[in-house]
Design a protein around this ligand. Structure first.
Ligand code: LRH
Ligand code: MN
Length: 426
């Protein structure tokens, strides 16, 4: 299924007049504050977020999985689904593959298909948290940290294979997330596990192409529930520094213990020039992988405030990789991803409105109330017209969820694929 540009144009006709009024009204307000909406709209239009190949079907938990109908059962269909999201939003111009869940069979055909949807290949993800059929060694007790050299070597080989797959697709980065850890005190020698992990990552790093990046993703717990080898930003940063200049930390928003000040972690990693990218999602308790901005939208705004500051002031930090990492247990995966994209752009737009100079001044004067007022007034500004205008100018639709339903996309997909197709992934 594809959406024709004429369908987009026809859909926007009914709501573009109102939008123009809303944008004019907001622009006049912001102009008075010396804020130029054109530049902000440009930045929003240029902001592209990678969609995970493993989050296009119904997710699940150990307690159950409820399929969604019309799910993509091949990499080709997954790229087509991202093509649908990108056609509507013009902000999903990349796919992040998980290997071996999504190994291309015909590389040229897959690249052509992605190209036909204006989609590029972002970071590739290795998987040493599941055993593959006929694998010689098991990752039951870990992979890069395993006490067995044979297991570590198998895991290192897998990561190098993933880099080779990414190279054939034009990807420029690999994300390594390890489930490695322990469930009981005494099970692990913490230092040996960490040492093994550092040495294994260094061996993978040796095979990293010159223009590639290695992202080291941390997580405090799950699937291990007593210790995790790469448990927090500090460990990820230490391992990245132990590898070299092309290694960075990756922040998955769901990988923090409750009430962690994630925006301060972002500021710290950017100051060190070691923030590689994000896995956007939201959570109430653990790694819930919920829709971005659905639980803690103010926290997301504060994170983007640090990102805007960092992108302005930390020239030593490379351009960041933006990805979503979510799982959809009860919602239409495509609607969920579209909502997440909207929430990311809204938080970015709000952060771009912050008068950083006035905030610095108030901080310099320890005028705490004024600091709060600057942030909270900006957060309470309805920037949705700017996000919609950016989509409209990029050839997308003003209201993607509404358009998705009006174009009856899910039922079309069910007609094409049936109700029992199942997508690989989480
Ligand atoms: C681990 C994680 C990681 C992926 C996996 C699908 O929780 O966030 O990024 O490999 O989800
Ligand atoms: Mn993740």
């Amino acid at each position: 299924m594809r959406i024709e540009q004429q369908q987009i144009v026809d859909y926007n006709i009914s709501s573009s007049k109102d939008l123009l009024k809303q944008v004019d009204f907001l622009s006049n307000q912001l102009d008075k504050k010396g804020i130029h909406t054109k530049a902000i709209i440009r930045k929003l239009a240029d902001f592209q977020v990678a969609i995970p190949s493993w989050a296009l079907g119904a997710g699940g938990t150990r307690f159950g999985r409820f399929s969604y109908g019309g799910e993509p059962s091949s990499l080709e269909q997954k790229i087509d689904d991202i093509g649908l999201i990108h056609k509507l939003t013009q902000s999903a111009g990349a796919i992040s593959l998980h290997i071996p869940w999504d190994i291309p069979k015909d590389y040229n055909a897959i690249k052509e298909l992605a190209n036909s949807h204006n989609i590029i290949f972002d970071a590739v993800n290795s998987n040493t948290f599941q055993d593959q059929p006929n694998a010689k060694e098991s990752y039951k007790f870990g992979s890069l940290s395993n006490v067995s050299n044979a297991v570590r070597e198998q895991a290192i080989e897998h990561n190098i294979d993933v880099i080779n797959i990414g190279e054939k697709l034009g990807s420029k980065s690999i994300t390594v997330w390890l489930a490695d850890g322990s469930n009981f005190p005494g099970q692990h020698n913490f230092q040996l596990a960490l040492q093994n992990t550092q040495e294994s990552l260094q061996k993978i790093y040796k095979d990293l192409p010159e223009d590639w990046k290695l992202f080291i993703e941390y997580k405090p717990y799950e699937p291990n529930f007593y210790s995790t080898v790469i448990r927090d930003w500090g460990t990820s940063l230490m391992l990245a520094e132990g590898c070299g200049d092309k290694a960075y930390s990756l922040v998955d928003l769901g990988h923090h213990l409750p009430n962690t000040n994630i925006e301060q972690i972002v500021a710290t990693l950017m100051m060190k020039g070691k923030l590689g990218g994000f896995h956007f999602n939201d959570s109430k308790y653990g790694d819930d992988d919920l829709t971005v901005g659905s639980i803690k939208p103010y926290a997301l705004f504060l994170i983007f405030n640090e990102l805007v500051y960092g992108m302005e002031n930390n020239k030593n930090n490379p351009d960041l990789s933006w990805m979503i990492d979510a799982s959809h247990n009860v919602k239409d995966p495509l609607e969920d991803l579209i909502q997440s994209l909207d929430a990311i752009l809204i938080a970015y737009a709000q952060a771009l409105l912050i008068d950083q100079k006035a905030l610095r001044q108030a901080q310099q004067e320890n005028d705490v109330t004024k600091c709060q007022e600057i942030l909270q007034n900006t957060y309470r500004t309805d920037v949705r017209p700017l996000v919609k205008q950016a989509r409209l100018l990029s050839g997308g639709v003003i209201d993607p969820i509404n358009a998705y339903r009006k174009l009856d996309i899910r039922n079309q997909l069910i007609k094409e694929r049936g109700t029992s197709s199942v997508a690989t992934g989480l």
